[in-house]
Design a protein around this ligand. Structure first.
Ligand code: CU
Length: 450
């Protein structure tokens, strides 16, 4: 009897939960209402079967429970019942599968007027490419991928010169126009998914896959990598911003093309030296860092990372959190660098500064720190040297008290929580594996040995 009650409660509980659950679908923002319809049918069919089977089981448990002296009769065949069950099952399965076939037929049939965006996945972030004014993508080849050519573009292909390269994980598309996402992976399997659009597709190294949709709402929608196998795919967050065509065109026009990126002049260290005079007050004349002023060592840090941080401080992606006491001191300094050329120049100057080892100020259990560092090494390198392809900066040989504070800031959401701080966001997930101050100290003590 208690078992029958449990079965009935299970059914009632599941139904109540389904109706009142806080986990509902995100509002639909694309043309794929058919996919919701398919899922609804599946819910109805499997829900009805679930209720029927479990209630039948409860009924049997009650009806045929042990009675003294009662004997069961053996009745293996029942033609009528079997015919009924076969037909019901066939109808149920067909009801679940048929709409899926219709949706799939539409899913692989891309409208002629769809414009194209390429989404490139790599461990662990997204970047995007638009075909430019000629509407044609240039040739790419995985063999050509390098730090200077992250898309593997063919420098001699005329179609590629006007390709627009978006190096960060936020793409934009115009509302109410069909868009085809071409999907390419540089390394392992990834999966491009946007909940509000109801679409997802795997990225397979060595081949190009695609999906298409027509966004019907403006807004910012999160891109998730829904690949399960491998570490850190959950940190591969990005976004697709859907906006009015005018806004989209204005944005696209501002993005650099492949040939513009190639034509960029390197920063001028001599001009940067003048700008650095201000920085020296806090970061020290040699960029060695001054703990008394909470300013870290920046000499010896990679140029790409310094540039991105200065841009983040300027745009408010970093240093704008109300509790970010030290970031707030830095943000107005970055604002003094008027344009990208000024940033390039000062960074070029910082690259000329000597890379002296800083004083060690943090100690902890190195053996424990080594264990904790294992996961970090995927992105920051076994020697803590930093890996540009992972967007992860150098951590070894930098000011240790600053590294410790950043980990705490990531943990507390003081750094990395801004919606356009794409890479800081990733670190926020990672810092959460460090449970307390002791873990941070142990880890930093280990980094000090690298
Ligand atoms: Cu992934």
């Amino acid at each position: 009897m208690p078992f029958a009650v449990v079965l009935i409660l299970l059914v009632v509980g599941s139904l109540v939960f389904h109706v009142f659950s806080p986990w509902t679908f995100t509002p639909l923002a694309s043309n794929w209402g058919m996919i919701d319809f398919t899922i609804d049918i599946t819910f109805w069919v499997t829900g009805a079967v679930f209720v029927a089977v479990n209630l039948f089981m409860a009924y049997c448990v009650i009806k045929f429970r042990y009675k003294k002296g009662a004997r069961a009769t053996y009745e293996p065949e029942n033609k009528k019942l079997e015919t009924w069950l076969t037909w019901l099952t066939a109808v149920g399965v067909a009801a679940m599968l048929t709409p899926g076939l219709f949706v799939w037929a539409q899913f692989v049939d891309v409208p002629e007027d769809a414009h194209e965006v390429e989404a490139v996945g790599q461990q662990w972030h997204w970047s995007y490419r638009y075909p430019g004014d000629d509407g044609k993508f240039g040739e790419v080849d995985a063999e050509r991928i390098s730090a200077d050519n992250p898309f593997g573009m063919d420098p001699d292909d005329p179609n590629g010169q006007d390709d627009v390269l978006v190096m960060h994980p936020e793409a934009r598309v115009p509302v109410n126009q069909p868009v085809k996402f071409l999907l390419r992976s540089k390394d392992v399997l990834h999966d491009f998914a946007i909940a509000q659009f109801r679409v997802k597709m795997d990225l397979v190294p060595g081949m190009q896959t695609y999906l298409w949709l027509t966004p019907t709402e403006t807004g910012r929608f999160e891109v998730l990598c829904e690949e399960l196998c491998g570490i850190a795919h959950h940190t591969m967050r990005g976004a697709v911003v859907v906006e009015e065509p005018e806004d989209f065109n204005a944005w696209l026009a501002q993005q650099p093309t492949y040939s513009e990126i190639n034509a960029r002049v390197a920063g001028n260290a001599a001009m940067g030296a003048a700008q650095y005079a201000v920085c020296a007050a806090c970061h020290g004349p040699q960029g060695e860092g001054l703990q008394a002023l909470n300013a870290p060592k920046i000499a010896g840090q990679s140029a790409w990372y310094l540039k991105r941080q200065l841009q983040n401080y300027k745009s408010g992606a970093r240093g704008a959190h109300p509790d970010d006491t030290f970031g707030k001191q830095m943000a107005p300094m970055a604002a003094m660098l008027v344009d990208d050329a000024a940033i390039d120049n000062v960074v070029a100057y910082i690259q000329t500064l000597p890379d002296n080892p800083p004083q060690v100020t943090v100690d902890g259990n190195v053996a424990n720190g080594e264990k904790l560092y294992r996961v970090c090494s995927y992105c920051h390198g076994a020697e803590g040297q930093g890996i540009q392809a992972m967007n992860a900066p150098r951590a070894a040989g930098m000011t240790d008290w600053y590294v410790a504070r950043q980990l705490q800031n990531f943990k507390d959401g003081i750094r990395g929580a801004h919606p356009t701080d794409f890479y800081g966001f990733q670190m926020m997930f990672m810092a959460n594996v460090l449970h307390d101050q002791q873990a941070i100290d142990d880890l930093v003590a280990y980094i000090n040995t690298l």
